[in-house]
Each structure stands twice: as structure tokens, then as C-alpha cells.
Design a binder for this molecule. Structure first.
Ligand SMILES: Nc1ncnc2c1ncn2[C@@H]1O[C@H](COP(=O)(O)OP(=O)(O)OP(=O)(O)O)[C@@H](O)[C@H]1O
Ligand SMILES: [Mg+2]
Length: 261
């Protein structure tokens, strides 16, 4: 049973509070979307969960165990993280990059099981035709899928992805979210930051709305209502619900920006 409990965490970069008094619970097999305006703290929250950032106050528990009690290797087997933008892109091939995801399991050399897992991931993410290409020569979306692949090869119980579909074309957006949903059905916990409210409504079980580093609302997709969206983004929307589908249409006309001024 995998659980994450976040108790009263606050985080500040150089004394500026970015997350304030957050209390959250995440559960095994659930697909959670963190949504909120630019700068609301989504990436910071994912980095605090992953341990890249240490909150100044508050505590994180994984399965009831304080996060400080996990070794780096234990954490790497428990949790994988795909950042919003990968900072370091080395000139390694797609195959080599995905094989890196097996690092927490390899003591000397990769086993046939490690290669099997990498091959599976390459197939699942539609990367067969570029497996031997160098990742610094790929398009943004191709590279994004490679980093998702590296996280999948890690076979974590908790998968954190920061805007995993931001660079992807329509087909790959749907395929990646479908794949993540499939992982939840196999009891993995998936947490993503995402701006596309329609995709969040379609695929995610739980939604967490952040505003200025504070919890604004949380629950199922019913939190994506006109009032909440208006308060959070200052945008009027129309919501169309049909059987099990829901569509959010923005109504505000785009504001005209006078570039000549
Ligand atoms: N390394 C940093 N140093 C100082 N301030 C930072 C740093 N990273 C983020 N911030 C600030 O923290 C706040 C939250 O940033 P964060 O990246 O968590 O937002 P976000 O919700 O992920 O936004 P976006 O939707 O644009 O990705 C912002 O005001 C940002 O300027
Ligand atoms: Mg972000």
C-alpha cells in the first residue's frame, strides 16, 4: 500500500514563500492532477515530494515513514520524477538514456531483465524508430517521451511528472495519458502537473488546485467548475457535460495587445 502524506509543508526560495501550509494525501492507484496558474507552486510541490527541495517546515511521509528515513537508493526505487524541462541533455542515445532508469537496480552490469524492461518501454512510448538516435538531436516532444521512458524504466511505485504532455502532439498527449492511466490501474500512483483542464478532467481521478502556493480546492473533476476556474484564472468558461465526458470551453475573447505602444 503506497501512500504519501504531506503535513503542513511550506517552502520558500530566498525567503519568498512559494508553498504555504499544504496538507495533502495521495493514494496508491490514483491518477492526480495538480493544476493552477503559472507560478502557483506546482513544480515546487513536485520537487518537494521528490526530495530535490527540502521544505523549511512540515513533513512528508511515505507509507507512514518519515521521508528522512529513506536512503537515496530506496527513494529511487520508490519514486521517479520527470521535470518540466530537463536541464542536462547529454549526447547519449535514446536507448542508453532509458537504460539509465534501471540504475537503482543494477549493481554491476544490466541483466537480461533490465534490457527486456527497456525494450518494453521503448515500444510503449512509440520510440522504436529513434531508439539509436542521440537525444540532443531530437525534437522537444521526442525528448520529452524519452525522459518519460527513463522514469517508466525505473519501475517506480510513485511517478511524478511535471507537464508531461506540454511538448507533445495530440496523438502522443492522448497516448501518454492513457499509458499513465494504465499504470494507475496496475496500482502505481501517478501525480502530474498539467495546464490542460480538459485532459485533466478526462484522465485524472483527483485534482488539486493550487493558487499562490496554497490549496485552493481538491476533489474529483467537479472542482473544475465555472466559479473555481473564474477565481483561479480570471477566465469565463462554458462547461459541456455529456454522459461521461466533460468539456471546458473558454469564453473570454483574447485581449488585444497593442504592440505599437
Ligand atoms: N529556483 C528558483 N528560485 C527562486 N524562485 C523560484 C525558483 N523556482 C521557482 N521560483 C518561484 O516560485 C514560484 C512558483 O514556481 P513554480 O515553478 O513552482 O510554479 P508552477 O506552478 O510550476 O508554474 P508554471 O505553470 O509556470 O510551471 C514562482 O513565483 C517562481 O518565480
Ligand atoms: Mg511548473
Amino acid at each position: 500500500m503506497v501512500r504519501i502524506r504531506i503535513e503542513n509543508i511550506s517552502f520558500a526560495y530566498r525567503k519568498v514563500n512559494v508553498l504555504t501550509g499544504l496538507n495533502l494525501d495521495f493514494h496508491q492507484g490514483r491518477f492526480t492532477a495538480i493544476i493552477g496558474p503559472n507560478g502557483s507552486g506546482k513544480s515546487t510541490l513536485l520537487k518537494c515530494i521528490n526530495g530535490i527541495l527540502k521544505p523549511q517546515c512540515g513533513t512528508l511521509f511515505f507509507d507512514g515513514k518519515h521521508h528522512n528515513l529513506f536512503t537515496r537508493k530506496e527513494l529511487a526505487r520508490l519514486m521517479a520524477y520527470v521535470p518540466q524541462q530537463e536541464q542536462q541533455v547529454f549526447s547519449s542515445t535514446v536507448y542508453e538514456t532509458i537504460l539509465l532508469g534501471r540504475k537503482p537496480y543494477i549493481s554491476w552490469a544490466p541483466s537480461s531483465k533490465d534490457y527486456q524492461i527497456v525494450n518494453r518501454v521503448i515500444k510503449d512510448l512509440d520510440l522504436d524508430n529513434i531508439a539509436l538516435e542521440y537525444i540532443n538531436e531530437l525534437s522537444g516532444g521526442q525528448r520529452q517521451r524519452v525522459f518519460i521512458g527513463r522514469a517508466l524504466a525505473q519501475q517506480p511505485q510513485i511517478l511524478l511528472l511535471d507537464e508531461p504532455t506540454a511538448n507533445l502532439d495530440l496523438k502522443h498527449q492522448l497516448e501518454v495519458l492513457q499509458l499513465l492511466k494504465g499504470l494507475c490501474n496496475r496500482n502505481i500512483m501517478v501525480i502530474i502537473a498539467i495546464h490542460d483542464l480538459n485532459l485533466a478532467a478526462k484522465y485524472c481521478d483527483d485534482l488539486i488546485m493550487l493558487n499562490n502556493g496554497q490549496l485552493f480546492a481538491s476533489g474529483d473533476r467537479s472542482v473544475l467548475n465555472q466559479d473555481n476556474i473564474k477565481q483561479l484564472y480570471s477566465v469565463d468558461v462554458k462547461i459541456i457535460e455529456d454522459d461521461n465526458e466533460m468539456m471546458i470551453l473558454p469564453l473570454n475573447p483574447a485581449q488585444t495587445v497593442n504592440l505599437t505602444k
